[in-house]
Design a protein around this ligand. Structure first.
Ligand SMILES: C[S@@+](CC[C@H](N)C(=O)[O-])C[C@H]1O[C@@H](n2cnc3c(N)ncnc32)[C@H](O)[C@@H]1O
Length: 191
């Protein structure tokens, strides 16, 4: 399975945010929802081989994971994705494809290591993605608009990892997810 981790430093962990103000009241919940959309949706289909873990860094932090193979009744628009995050945080409605856990970034990484995963850290200064032997069953780690804090990056560096770059241009996290999928999709076609 392809997995993405988005480190969402400002994302709120209470359901009180307004769907009419995702950037402000949600702590950049617009960015979070765009990343989830780009990670899981194709035209008229879902990427059933992918999941995305959003680390919302409130206190305490929570991880909201969306699984493409189990998601029901969610549409790819930002508002609908954010509405499902709200329902999940409020425990008012459950969706088999959305799991909420009280975990920090480091606890999530440790759990994924124990399942045998290796990591790609996305950063501009990494090895050009075209020169990396990309493995599909991996975890891709991205920062939000602020970036991945150095202490979290160092934590991932203890485990099997590679730093990969999509070039010198700094892209939105959601755009990076699309490019990673595109590269992996092309590899499958050329096998
Ligand atoms: C908008 S960028 C963050 C920019 C932020 N100012 C920083 O310095 O990290 C969001 C995330 O996308 C990823 N990213 C953006 N551009 C990239 C690139 N060219 N190659 C690899 N990853 C990239 C990184 O993981 C980054 O943390």
């Amino acid at each position: 399975m392809k997995q993405f981790i988005l480190y969402a430093s400002k994302a709120v962990t209470s359901p009180d945010f307004s769907l009419n103000d995702l950037p402000g009241s949600g702590g950049r919940m617009d960015l979070v929802a765009r990343c989830i959309g780009n990670a899981l949706w194709l035209s008229h289909d879902l990427r059933r081989d992918t999941c995305i873990h959003v680390v919302a860094c409130g206190s305490p932090p929570v991880v909201i994971s969306f699984y493409g193979n189990r998601l029901r009744s969610v549409s790819p628009d930002e508002r609908n994705i954010a509405a499902w995050i709200k329902k999940t945080l409020a425990s008012t409605r459950r969706n088999p494809g959305i799991i909420l856990r009280k975990l920090s970034f480091q606890q999530l990484v440790a759990a994924l290591v124990s399942e045998g995963n290796s990591f790609y850290i996305l950063e501009e200064e990494g090895t050009d993605i075209a020169r990396v032997n990309l493995k599909e069953d991996s975890v891709f780690v991205l920062g939000d608009h602020i970036g991945l804090p150095i202490e979290e990056e160092k934590f991932v560096e203890q485990f099997e990892h590679e730093k990969i770059s999509l070039g010198a241009t700094s892209y939105l996290a959601s755009q990076c997810i699309t490019v990673v999928h595109y590269e992996l999709d092309r590899l499958k076609v050329s096998v």
